[in-house]
Design a protein around this ligand. Sequence first.
Ligand code: HEM
Length: 473
Amino acid sequence: GRSKRRAIPSPSGFPLIGNLHQLSLTPHRSLCKLSKKHGPIMLLHLGRIQTVVVSSAELAHEFMRIHDQCFASRPRMKASKFLLYDSKDLAFAPYGEYWRQLKKLSITQLLSAKMVQSFARLREREVAQLVQSISSIASDGGVFSLSEVFNWFTSGMVCKAVLNYSISDEKKKLLAEMIHVNTVYFVKAFAEDYFPSLRWMDVLLGLEGKLKRHHKKWDAVLDAMIEEHISSSEERGSKGISFLDVLLDVQKKDFSSVIHLTKEHIKAILLVMIAAGTDSSFALLDWTMVELVRNPNLMRKAQEEIREIAQGEATVREEHLSKMHYLKAVIKESLRLHPPLPLLLPRECIQDCQINGYVIPKKTRVLINVWAIGRDPESWESPEEFKPERFLDCPTDYNGNNFKYLPFGAGRRMCPGIQFATHTIELTLANLLCFFDWKLPDGLKIEDMDMTECGGLSCYRKQSLELMPRFRA
Ligand code: HEM
């Protein structure tokens, strides 16, 4: 039948810059507030870019299930042009054959359940090392920044899986730092992104120069990584083929393979795999420990479960995890309140599309506010409270089928790293909670913990988490 067309509600903005000024450093919060007033679908005029913001489970279902194919592309942004070799990576590549083949390759060679299973011993070794280094801090009675440790630990873990050997601690720290800078560039408003004729402003303000210098730094690190990999391949022999080996192999066989990879492709793919694997996992580990420190009863409950299951063991191993239902509920609750990518990654509409009578024109940018959806009182009881119990005996999962809970997104562009991430995070937290008791430094109280978030594509807590571990034999 003929459905009536409606105009999408839109907060009134200033002319020219439109609604750009209404975004803050924590856009998920300002957009959530705007949606309370204008409704679960809003149209913002960000310069020349029409952006639709979705803030309800029902509409997320329309965009990412019913009409998923229409919204399976990504916008071309200045940051992806400069940092990702013009979007040659998996996360920012436009929807199409290259993206499809690269995704298939990444899943079969790195991220599938089977591959993730094959990294079990590697994960256990990395986590055991982490426990050991925290033990030596604990025996000195010291305070340390767990956030800092989480940051390089996660970059080390993903590099180990991608390269099949460990990188030095300095390199882990350097990568973690550079990844953090990336996420800021991806939300920083470059004038050119919004007004193509205003590139001179980026140049004048020095933003473009900074972006270029950051790219040069990455480029050198990636070149060195590939160089080192090739030169050490002989001594590594054929045992333990890594994801990077597979990429280099595809590069060599360009005629027979379905995708054609140049060195730039490989660098873009590496960069994003390492960054995606580091950044959100770090944020999730950090937020989860923060919530547990703020809720000592829940921390104790999680520790009791873990310690009972791993009783008498020198480390918690992968096979123990399936029984740790409370720990899993804690992680799920942490993902609900603090989704590491609160607006997912931006989507772009591939062709004109009609949803609930609203016409969404081709090229419209779409942001799904999963942060707001996870705190929607329509879907969640006392949504602001950290209550892992809500996930016990409850089928709600993060597999992209429950649209009130989407920390990994849904549909074609959903995160392909879920297995990788959840195995790493569960094993790490299980070990840290099993072997240590965690206290705030003397004189600090829970009320002193500052929950302010800091901006970027991904959302961290601004304050670093400083704790005093006590080894528990
Ligand atoms: C707690 C950890 C993680 C969270 C919360 C997370 C979340 C997300 C989200 C929300 C997206 C965007 C989905 C969308 O647009 O609908 C995404 C994309 C992606 N993630 Fe993750 N992720 C995590 C860990 C990982 C890990 C460990 C890897 C790889 C080692 C990874 C690789 C990717 C890639 C490659 C994409 C782009 C997919 C595409 O555009 O086709 N992620 N992730």
